[in-house]
Design a protein around this ligand. Structure first.
Ligand SMILES: CSC[C@H]1O[C@H](OP(=O)(O)O)[C@H](O)[C@@H]1O
Ligand code: ADE
Length: 305
């Protein structure tokens, strides 16, 4: 088990097509088992040119063998929190529900519509004899989104990338693994969905429960199934595009991680989320078992108080 303090403030979760990061020096791999099991992959700790450390997890495993419904989200988020991470930059390959979001474009969403089916372990607060509720009205860290977006845009604007970034969008999270029907895709557009994936839930919910600032940098791979007169999305199309998007995603990561590390180290980002769970337990202190308190302390250290 990791020591609980690896001096790593920023964690990255790589999605489809993003299985490693660039411009980093490998330091070590952490093979962690959390109270919720093992993460999708060992956590790779690498250093930026400054020497500051970054943690990386591959959401679907290094060989992409874990389906979206089977990603061990609780272990991934718990492991990152336990080693000291305070902010998570997650990446996701998404389908577009809007004409203006073309394949190759980047999107940083600020809202989520949850269309998962309840088969994912989506909370730390079930079956443990305590009742806790997190705030999720703003499901992403607004401050981290606001910090990251202009930096991502500046990188993508450079001639070698020349890619558009969209912000203030809504991501629909579906269960999968089958893609949406045309009728569902059209319905998501009417609901206000702009992009669609199979990954942001429960990851964003768990990050909030663990008091981690969480932002999702999405790369558009396809137009899903809503466009009449066009064939619905195929896996072949998605895989081809996420491979070409991945170089841009790695350039974005390489360009923002030092700034994110620095702002987290200065304590400027985290006043929003940090401490948000402190008064969220409804269960009387005397009714909380020692076992539950010990388990929750893995992600929320004030359960040891
Ligand atoms: C491989 S297509 C569907 C798959 O791609 C996305 O994965 P990720 O979010 O990890 O980049 C999407 O959410 C689906 O899980
Ligand atoms: N069209 C789509 N639907 C769901 N997840 C996706 N990931 C990439 N494209 C997608």
């Amino acid at each position: 088990m990791a020591s609980g303090n690896e001096n790593v403030l920023v964690g990255c979760i790589g999605g489809s097509g993003l299985y490693h990061l660039d411009n980093l020096t490998f330091v070590k791999k952490l093979d962690i088992t959390t109270p919720w099991g093992k993460p999708s992959s060992p956590i790779t700790i690498s250093s930026l040119p400054s020497g500051d450390l970054i943690a990386f997890i591959s959401r679907h495993g290094p060989d992409h063998s874990i389906s979206p419904s089977e990603v061990p989200g609780r272990a991934n988020i718990a492991a990152l929190k336990h080693i000291g991470v305070q902010a998570v930059i997650a990446f996701s390959a998404v389908g577009s529900l809007r004409e203006e979001i073309a394949p190759g474009h980047f999107v940083i969403p600020d809202q989520i519509i949850d269309r998962t089916k309840g088969i994912r372990e989506d909370t730390y607060f079930r079956g443990i004899g305590v009742v806790m509720h997190s705030m999720f009205g703003e499901p992403f860290s607004q401050k981290l989104n606001g910090f990251v977006a202009p930096r991502v845009e500046a990188i993508l604007k450079k001639a070698e990338h020349n890619v558009e970034l969209h912000t203030g969008k809504t991501v629909v999270c579906m269960e999968g693994p089958a893609f949406s029907t045309r009728a569902e895709s059209l319905m998501y557009r009417q609901w206000g969905g702009d992009i669609i994936n199979m990954s942001v839930i429960p990851e964003a919910k768990l990050a909030r429960e663990a008091e981690l600032d969480y932002t999702l940098i999405c790369t558009s791979t396809d137009f899903d199934a809503w466009r009449t007169g066009h064939a619905p999305v195929t896996v072949e199309e998605v895989v081809k595009t996420f491979h070409t998007n991945s170089a841009n995603a790695r350039a974005v990561a390489a360009g923002i991680l030092q700034d994110v590390h620095d702002v987290v180290a200065e304590g400027k980002v985290l006043d929003e989320i940090k401490g948000s769970m402190r008064f969220s337990c409804v269960t009387k202190r005397d009714a909380q078992s020692a076992e539950t308190r010990e388990k929750l302390a893995y992600i929320l250290p004030y359960f040891t108080e």
